[in-house]
Design a protein around this ligand. Structure first.
Ligand code: UTP
Length: 292
């Protein structure tokens, strides 16, 4: 595997998005916008910034709007051109040029591990990255790019990781790990515990929705028995991977928003709006007029 490059990103987006019902009854959660850009587009842009040229989108029934979003829209484009709305026209076209989007379906949402397994044939025998679009990370150097740099050194699977405070660890996969002697952001993973009781958590290092995985993960996913909730859990396959290969955690630089949760989504919306040149100043003023 020496010198392997990460060229392909898998974006699982076949879940049911139950936490956002009824909004997600017919609209994919991954198409919810932070201000005016869908969560999914942030994920694709991050994959491209990390050097990927192919994005494998795992979709499900009733979610075709996601692939349409990355396709040309001739009538819309012609109308924007006629009306001289050239900035919007560019924004619409830019989306179609981002990457080669390959779509495959997960026929039933049987868990994140099962969703990733659907990409097996398309990924083939090379390491790849996984980006969960509802975790949105902001930093000048995009999160997956940081992880790809770490992969270039380790040539091993890497899990995006963040230190969480106090009891919050019970909501995450948790790493049992030691800090690398040369790079304090790199963690050598010895085991993983899914959603531990706070008193049983081996560390405060939580796994978030960013992974670089070696192709052996597919074989392990195929051998896996359904875990919690009858689903194929990606973390169970990664636990098995640790028996065969080195696995690292990587404490990325940046801020993570859990946009798959209503409270996290609201906070992300406010932060993203405040950052915008066109909206930020007026939005900040308006927020000041609210009597919190
Ligand atoms: P989540 O658990 O956050 O998404 O999965 P969900 O299940 O759609 O949301 P809730 O909990 O019901 O509100 C993280 C990512 O993995 C995808 C989801 O689409 C989301 O992008 N996923 C999850 C799949 O593609 N397939 C699955 O079986 C489960």
């Amino acid at each position: 595997m020496a010198g392997m490059k990460i060229r392909k990103a898998v974006i699982p987006a076949a879940g049911m998005g139950t936490r956002f019902l009824p909004a997600t009854k017919v609209m994919p959660k991954e198409m919810l916008p932070l201000v005016d850009k869908p969560l999914l587009q942030y994920g694709v842009e991050e994959a491209v910034a990390a050097g990927c040229d192919e994005v494998i989108l795992i979709t499900g029934r009733g979610k075709v709007t996601m692939e349409d979003h990355f396709d040309r829209a001739p009538e819309l484009e012609a109308s924007l051109e006629r009306r001289g709305k050239l900035e919007l026209l560019e924004a619409v076209r830019e989306v179609t040029r981002l990457a080669r989007i390959v779509v495959t379906r997960q026929s039933e949402p049987l868990g994140l591990g099962h969703a990733v397994l659907q990409a097996k044939e398309i990924v083939g025998d090379e390491p790849f990255c996984v980006i969960l679009p509802d975790d949105v990370v902001t930093h000048g150097e995009p999160c997956m790019k940081q992880m790809v740099c770490a992969f270039e050194k380790t040539q091993s699977s890497i899990l995006g990781s963040e230190i969480v405070e106090g009891d919050a660890i019970q909501n995450y996969g948790c790493l049992e790990c030691t800090v690398d002697a040369d790079d304090p952001r790199l963690l050598r993973v010895t085991d993983m515990v899914e959603k531990p009781k706070p008193q049983d958590a081996p560390s405060q290092n939580a796994i978030i929705g960013r992974y670089i995985l070696t192709p052996r993960i597919f074989q392990l996913l195929e051998e896996l028995k359904p875990g919690a909730g009858g689903e194929l859990q990606l973390t169970d396959a990664i636990k098995a991977l640790i028996q065969y290969e080195k696995v690292y955690g990587y404490r990325f630089k940046g801020t993570r928003h859990d946009a798959g949760d209503k409270f996290g989504f609201l906070k992300a919306t406010v932060d993203f709006a405040l950052e915008r040149d066109d909206l930020g100043p007026a939005f900040r003023e308006w927020l000041r007029t609210r009597n919190f």
